[in-house]
Design a protein around this ligand. Structure first.
Ligand SMILES: C[S@@+](CC[C@H](N)C(=O)[O-])C[C@H]1O[C@@H](n2cnc3c(N)ncnc32)[C@H](O)[C@@H]1O
Length: 235
């Protein structure tokens, strides 16, 4: 579970770039396929950036996330959007959606394939027929480890980062926050690298048709993504 300090760092450090980029690609993909979903749910919505983009483009968006800190930031960004704190492994809203999204490698936060399968079964249940489930997962070939690096977050706050692979299938982001030189906080976020073929198998098991699993969302020969984009459809 993300701590409040980490949620603040996430929001202010620039990681909102990922849902912004995803939102831009998603809107292009919807237009290219002449799709106009009326409602959308963003699973593990984080700071609510994608919900806001969908909302600004005429799609009634809702969001949910495990972290109350992320949901507080999302709700302050757009108070009219409906947000819930919940666990996507067990989440079963009493509403149906035309589109469900899950971005920013949120599914890599789920370490058990059995739990990933449960999420897919749940999404299938609350997606309207003809609806799409669109998400990304980390691409093992693009996950690099990094030497520690530091940067100033403000006059008094310095942030230290490092990316490591504690095991071949795991990737861990380590973050330390210093205030006036004193360590205030340390967080480790561990993600599991999922094999895209296995993930697509779980989608089919849940009833979906897999429309796309590629390193770009759009057919653009010049584009090269660093994650896998998966598009699944409920018939
Ligand atoms: C890297 S962030 C991505 C957030 C957002 N989708 C984005 O693109 O900026 C991963 C998010 O997944 C959420 N998360 C992790 N496990 C979850 C779970 N079981 N249920 C709901 N949210 C979860 C975290 O709280 C965090 O906000």
């Amino acid at each position: 579970m993300y701590s409040d300090v980490f949620c603040k760092v996430y929001n202010e450090f620039g990681w909102n770039y990922y849902p912004e980029a995803f939102g831009e690609q998603l809107l292009k993909w919807l237009a290219a396929n002449a799709l106009c979903p009326g409602t959308a749910l963003d699973l593990a919505c984080g700071t609510g950036v994608l919900c806001q983009i969908l909302d600004q483009n005429g799609i009634k968006a809702s969001g949910m996330d495990f972290s109350a800190g992320m949901i507080r930031i999302a709700a302050s960004r757009a108070p009219h959007i409906s947000y819930e704190v919940a666990d996507m492994i067990t989440y079963r809203p009493h509403r149906q959606f035309d589109l469900v999204t899950c971005t920013g490698d949120a599914l890599n936060h789920i370490h058990s394939l059995c739990d990933v399968g449960r999420i897919f079964e749940n999404v299938y249940a609350y997606l309207n027929s003809g609806g799409y489930f669109i998400f990304d997962i980390l691409n093992e070939n693009e996950v690099s480890t990094s030497e520690p690096f530091e940067m100033d977050f403000s006059d008094r706050i310095r942030v230290w980062f490092r990316m490591v692979r504690p095991e071949p299938e795991m990737v861990q982001l380590q973050i330390r926050v210093y205030e006036d030189g004193a360590l205030q906080f340390e967080e480790r976020i561990t993600e599991k690298l999922h094999d895209p073929a296995t993930v697509c198998g779980l989608l089919r098991q849940a009833g979906f048709t897999v429309v796309r699993c590629a390193d770009t969302l759009l057919d653009d020969p010049d584009a090269h993504g660093t994650t896998w984009f998966v598009i699944a459809k409920k018939a």
